[in-house]
Each structure stands twice: as structure tokens, then as C-alpha cells.
Design a protein around this ligand. Structure first.
Ligand code: NAD
Length: 433
């Protein structure tokens, strides 16, 4: 099937590459010429495990193309996906200007029947608005499908190729048939395509992300309580999460959630709920707990070193908002580092993949270390922010001998406090005595 995807970011590029690998003919469109030129020359703009290999294969087999020229690509396609960003607007609602601009382009360009699939995360009612914009610009037949994406950065290929479910919002049987044909190769396991109306599909995505954010803020509040009452959240997490109704996945305390999705999707859902006259009180708490959690280590560091950190140097391990990605959007590392710098400290930062992205957020205000060992040389404390594999089992004797003082702030409860204390480390974690 000939398909074009407008928006070649984390979602559009992964979806396009995976659909090409499933045998479809894909054109990925973006208005960022630098990105498209790079991709055409074989340069993958994001770090996503396994992606480059798939791109190379599908470009070579002529099933995957990149262009800035939307019109011919739309005209040659039977399906057009919209996968542009939907960032937070000034009032917290999703900024849909990109989605609407693409809808207009599609309406003006299409020269025959077309199925338009909204992959971007969009608030309830957006499919109706997209339908109206396209109808204004064309006489040709079309349908609009709400098909939110649930992939996780860092495991995006696997998530796309082996989804827990595919949510498809549409009403016409022939559109359902079309979507079935696109995704049939992914459905050979017993995982379902869930067909529903557009509005339910749109809301499903926000409900999923808001619930996951709620789990994180919930266990972070339990961690805070653990510190007050002398319990250990690592035991409590297992004690509660081993109940199969609760589960241990996505139930880890830390220094807050970040990324391009949870913060903006929680905000957008709050705005939708308010506008609908049905405010979601629980999300106010989820957001404020998370904002406090991102500052938790600043407070701990102030308690330990005082509020004036001038003359002190901190190593930060991990900058991306989570491991296996270079995405720095809303990363807790930025809040932490800004807090340290504001208090006069200097910072040596290291991340296995996000150093280039980090420069856009932190400029030259920190020293960028060449390795994790380089980062800890002569520092007053080490802060572990993102639990990349390479930080899981470091050469502790080497690390500790490089540090000026053996103080560790473990933002992901990655390490065994007893073992480290036995090595003379002053250990600070999240929700642990
Ligand atoms: P992104 O910022 O990485 O990519 C968006 C791309 O769209 C950019 O390359 C941008 O240049 C391009 N673009 C914007 N306007 C355009 C236009 N008019 N014409 C052509 N290209 C245009 O965003 P992303 O992370 O891929 O997210 C896209 C959508 O998917 C968002 O709604 C997001 O909430 C949702 N989503 C993201 C993830 C994730 O993990 N990143 C997961 C699920 C859903």
C-alpha cells in the first residue's frame, strides 16, 4: 500500500520505517529540510535502538523515501498519516496548529479518495475538526481515522512491531477494512485491533498516559512517606506491586517523570476535562507531586551541603529523560542541573547518547565529560539521574578513588545502599532510610 507520513520525528520516523518493513511503500515528509537532507544522506536524526538498521534496509529496498515536498507524496498515496508534534500551548492545552496546517495541505493536495490517519496525540474532538478542514478544501472522498501511538522511546521498534493493542477510531466499515490491511501483519499474535469511535480513540491515549503518570506520582508520594516514617520504598514497592492487580512494572520511585509526552498529555487532559466541565482533580495532584519530585535532590543536596554550593563540583550521570533515548524534553536532569548552577555549583555531566541534545538545553553552562569516569574526577558528589545500562554496575573502587568526597545521590534507587556504605559511601536515595 502507498502511504505517506507527515512529520518525521520520533513517531513518524519509527512508524514509517516499521510500516515499510512490513511491505508498504512509505514516504516520510517533514518541513525540516535539514532533517530530510540528513535522512536522504543516511544520517538518522535521533538515537533509537535498532532504527538505523531498519532504515538502511528499507531505503535500499526502495520502500522508504524522505521528502520535504508534501503535495506529490500525498497525491501518490491512498493513506496519509499525520504525525507532527502537539506540544503544550501557553494555557496547557495541546497546540494543534501543526495538525491543522497538515490537514489543510492534505485537503488542498489530494486528487482522489484518501484515508487520513491521525497518529499525533490529539484531544477529543480533533478528528471532527480535521474532517472539517479537509472538507473545506476538497471535493474528493476521504475519511479521518484516530490511531494514537503508544510506543515508548528507547523501545520504539519493538513497541510498534509488537503492540499490546492498536486503537483505531473510525466509523465506516471500508475504513476499518483499510486499517485492518495496514496492521494485519502485526496482529498474528492474539493482540487486538480495538475499533471504536474517533472520540473514544482520542481519549484512550490520554487516559493511558495520565494513568501511567499517576502511578509514578503515587509511588513517589509513598517514597516521601517512607522517608518520614522510616520505611524503605524498595520493599514497599515490591510488597504492594506483587499484587497482580497492581503489578511491578512502571511502579518505580525516582526524581520525577519527564519526556515529550507525560507532562504535556497530563496538562492537555486537565484542560480538556476543565473545558468539558468535568475537571480531573487527581491530575492536579499528579502534576504538583511531579514538579516537587524534580526538585527533591536539590533539597537533599541543600540539606547536605547548605544552600550556597559555590566551590563545589557535582558529577551528573545521565541527562536524557530516560535510558535508551537521546530525548531531553522535560528531562529531570535539566531541573536538577539548573538548581545546582543557581546555587553556585559547577557541574560535570555525562550521558551515553544525549550529549549533543543536552547542549541545546544546557548550552555551555556545564562541563561535558568524555566518559562516566571523566565526570567523577575530583567531584564533591555524584548524582545518578538516568539509569542507563552503563551506570548499573560501575567499577566502584575506581569511581570512589576518583571522587574528592564519596557522596552519592541515587535518583533511581539503582544501587545497593548497604554495599556502598560498606565501601565508605555516604548514600542518599529516594524513599530509603
Ligand atoms: P517530534 O517533535 O519528534 O516530531 C515532529 C516532526 O513533525 C518534526 O520533525 C517536525 O519538523 C515535523 N513537522 C511539524 N510540522 C510540520 C508540518 N507542517 N509539515 C511537515 N512536518 C512537520 O514529535 P514526536 O515525538 O514524534 O511526536 C509526534 C506526536 O506523537 C505528538 O503528538 C506526540 O505526543 C505523539 N507521541 C509521541 C511519542 C513519543 O514517544 N515521542 C509516543 C506516542 C505519541
Amino acid at each position: 500500500m502507498k502511504i505517506c507520513i507527515v512529520g518525521t520525528g520520533y513517531v513518524g520516523l519509527v512508524a514509517g520505517t516499521c510500516l515499510a518493513d512490513l511491505g508498504h511503500f512509505i514516504t516520510c515528509i517533514d518541513n525540516n529540510a535539514e532533517k530530510i537532507d540528513g535522512l536522504t544522506a543516511g544520517k538518522v536524526p535521533i538515537y533509537e535502538p535498532g532504527l538505523e538498521h531498519l532504515i538502511v534496509r528499507n531505503v535500499r529496498e526502495k520502500r522508504l523515501h524522505f521528502t520535504t515536498d508534501a503535495i506529490p507524496a500525498i497525491q501518490q498515496s491512498v493513506v496519509a498519516y499525520i504525525a507532527v508534534g502537539t506540544p503544550s500551548g501557553a494555557d496547557g492545552s495541546a497546540d494543534l496548529s501543526g495538525v491543522f496546517a497538515v490537514a489543510k495541505t492534505i485537503g488542498e493536495a489530494m486528487n482522489g479518495p484518501l484515508t487520513v490517519v491521525i497518529k499525533s496525540t490529539v484531544p477529543v474532538g480533533t478528528a471532527d475538526k480535521v474532517r472539517a478542514i479537509i472538507a473545506e478544501a476538497t471535493e474528493h472522498e476521504f475519511d479521518v481515522v484516530s490511531n494514537p501511538e503508544f510506543l515508548k522511546e528507547g523501545a520504539a521498534i519493538d513497541d510498534f512491531m509488537k503492540p499490546d493493542r492498536i486503537v483505531v477510531g473510525c466509523s465506516k466499515p471500508e475504513t476499518q477494512e483499510m486499517m485492518n490491511r495496514i496492521y494485519a501483519p502485526l496482529m498474528r499474535t492474539s493482540k487486538p485491533i480495538l475499533f471504536m469511535d474517533n472520540r473514544s480513540a482520542e481519549l484512550s491515549k490520554y487516559a493511558a498516559n495520565a494513568f501511567l503518570a499517576t502511578r509514578i506520582s503515587f509511588i513517589n508520594e509513598i517514597a516521601k512517606l517512607c522517608e518520614s516514617v522510616g520505611a524503605d520504598v524498595e520493599h514497599v514497592r515490591r510488597g504492594a506491586g506483587s499484587d497482580s492487580r497492581i503489578g511491578l512494572r512502571f511502579f518505580f520511585p525516582g526524581i520525577g517523570y519527564g519526556g515529550s509526552c507525560f507532562p504535556k498529555d497530563v496538562k492537555a487532559l486537565m484542560t480538556t476535562a476543565e473545558q468539558a466541565g468535568s475537571p480531573m482533580q487527581i491530575l492536579d495532584a499528579v502534576e504538583s507531586v511531579n514538579a516537587n519530585q524534580k526538585k527533591l535532590f536539590i533539597e537533599k543536596i541543600e540539606t547536605r551541603f547548605g544552600s550556597d554550593l559555590s566551590g563545589l563540583c557535582f558529577a551528573v550521570w545521565g541527562l536524557s529523560f530516560k535510558p535508551q533515548t537521546d530525548d531531553m524534553r522535560e528531562a529531570p536532569s535539566v531541573v536538577l542541573i539548573n538548581g545546582l548552577l543557581e546555587r553556585g555549583a559547577t557541574v560535570k555531566a555525562y550521558d551515553p547518547e544525549a550529549m549533543e541534545e543536552a547542549r541545546h538545553h544546557l548550552q555551555d553552562r556545564v562541563q561535558y565529560a568524555a566518559s562516566k569516569m571523566d565526570a567523577v574526577s575530583n567531584v564533591d558528589a555524584l548524582v545518578l539521574v538516568t539509569e542507563w545500562h552503563e551506570f548499573r554496575n560501575p567499577d566502584w573502587p575506581g569511581v570512589l578513588s576518583a571522587m574528592k568526597t564519596k557522596v552519592l545521590f541515587d535518583g533511581r534507587n539503582l544501587y545497593d545502599p548497604d554495599r556502598l556504605r560498606a565501601m565508605g559511601v555516604e548514600y542518599h536515595g529516594v524513599g530509603r532510610p
